[in-house]
Design a protein around this ligand. Sequence first.
Ligand code: GDP
Ligand code: MG
Length: 749
Amino acid sequence: MSVKIALAGNPNSGKTTIFNALTGSSQHVGNWPGVTVEKKDGRLKGRPEVIIQDLPGIYSLSPYTLEEVVTRNYLVAEAPEAIINIVDASNLERNLYLTTQLLELGIPVVIALNMMDVVRKRGDKIDVNELAQQLGCPIVETAAISGDGLQQLISQACELAQAGQTRQIQPVFSKGLEATLVQLGELLAAEGQVKRPELTRWLAIKVFERDEKLLADLTLSEAAQQQLEKLTAACETELDDDSESIITNERYEYIASLLAKTAKKPDGGQLSISDKIDKVVTNRLLALPIFAAVMFVIYYVSITSVGTLLTDWANDGVFGDGWHLFGIGTEAYEAAAEIDPEADPAEFGVWVPGIPVLLEGVLDAVNCADWLKSLVLDGIVAGVGAVLGFLPQMMVLFIFLAILEDCGYMARVAFIMDRIFRRFGLSGKSFIPMLVATGCGVPGVMATRTIEKEADRKIAIVTTTFMPCGAKLPIIALIAGALFAESGWVAPVCYFIGIAAIILSGVILKKMRFFAGDPAPFVMELPSYHLPRVKSVLLTMWDRSKSFAKKAGTIILLSTIVIWFLSSYNFSMQAVETQDSMLADVGRTVAPVFAPLGWGDQWEAAVGTVTGLIAKENVVSTFGSLYAGLDEVSEDGNEFWSVVAAKYTPLAAFSFMLFNLLCAPCFAAIGAIRREMGSLRWTAFAVGYQCALAYASAMVFYQLGMLMHGGSFGLLSALSLILLAIFIWLLLRPEPKAKPTPVRAALEN
Ligand code: GDP
Ligand code: MG
């Protein structure tokens, strides 16, 4: 009679090494029926009646991947006589997660505590006897690579298989949950669904988790289904979480308590530096404030302090009108010149003309036509220069973001965000696209492909471009610089507005019937922290800056030429002042649409918003072209900034920025949305939702801001209050499905 022994474990735990050592050359390789997952079995060396079955490497027995489904179907249907669970002892916590699940299958398990050579070298101590006692199954220490312990392992497994004894089930979960599981088990048994009594507990857990694959295999009466759901929902209410999360959390809690009793790190339990940092950085209470602080500092430094220094230099010196002194500086020279008019400017540094001065000289020298001179100076240099002037700021920001990604912090943020997103019923994987979208929305939208669930993916596609991408930064920097000169909060606030818009939209959309349902959990390994590599940081920064500069030289250049043309001529093709141009005419027709947002009297803003659809940098380049000629206030530097500062109230400017942050992204990103959605209707939905949210937010912000600053209460104020109320209702209304709402006010604990 043959005996079947299965090898199960995480990927890279040493399964293949052990399998090869046990079976030698008697291997049979094929596929599991119907799927492309490799199936390998072989006969034990010296005992051909023992068949060793290698199973796919998996982290859990959930129904989310092919490998997991193959493994659990085999274990449940074939019921091998014993399981050898190969555990990577140098990674106990993660590996034991699968172990707790294998132990529920009612099949004898022996644990191969593999990689013990690594553990010993690290000086970690594992109390193997105590661990075996707690888990209720034998454990053999092995080092598969040298063959240590394998003989003992296989004889233990054969012994177990022959004895055929099932182990005493140990309670793993909290009392309330265990009680619910017993009730579920009894109900399932009464319904005749339990083929092997030792599987009762496993079935109960799966039913509790609402495991769709398993439920589909059961034949339950309507009444029984309702009773099962009632028991589950009651437990969810009591433990205040969704059932799948309850099981996951309690498993990890059990493992943590197990390890506290049995595993010791060297030096009295000292953690590695990486673990120590993570203890703080991913701490339930501190994680979010730390993340917020880090992002605040980064945006503050790159957009406001260091960034402004560089941008002022770029705007004043390189793209500014007039001559500029590099070295001790213009101010020092001017001070000296007051005292001694004969002072030699050359002693104060190198005098450099700004690009406009240089170009003007060149154009004059070649006797260039006036219209061409105007195109180059007022159109291209003013427009493209306005955008390129922000390049230094962006390079600083890109360097910071690249450092965070490279050192491993961003992986932690994804982990923290997963915890938060799942609270709101959203997929934690949506954070990866958000991260990518801080560079550019196009790859951001494409990055949603990692989200398996169609509904969750669609939500991510609709919301990802709310993040302030590289192209939106100049808008932020312009408004922050021109109107909020002293306050560094504007840029970080925009970043958090983006995140908030994504989370709040997610909550709202999730409550629409189409998007409902629980997201798949997100298993991720956190890499150890390491010092950022200069080369890869610079490469990332360079890549992003390059695409920014490239856009300035192509699409934005083209747009500024068109804008220059439209703003220099009227409909009868006569050269006119900007204020009388056809662009001004069209702008004035469109602008009233934005009146409720506070900037409807500025037709330039309406034009900027529309050109922003071509590329978001166009918002700023349009302002540059249209406002440059109007500068009467300041002679040096920040030419059009002072015009912007004079023409907008802070409230209107912020409303303008808010609208442009949230409204439909550029055409390239809309194209990406169209490709990823694969349907025009969904694309229309996405763009419509974005514009509606942008308009409503900007209007509510502006109108309520006016009210608070002593404005009178009018129709628009009332409308804004109603909009706000609708928004809050959409956020808080119960889910359409009859199950407890996953929306919870605060973090756990
Ligand atoms: P599988 O993915 O579970 O099949 O794992 P493999 O058998 O392919 O092993 C993964 C890696 O770990 C290989 O490089 C093995 O050489 C190595 N490995 C396996 N067992 C041990 C062990 O006990 N000690 C050490 N140091 N390395 C091992
Ligand atoms: Mg393998």
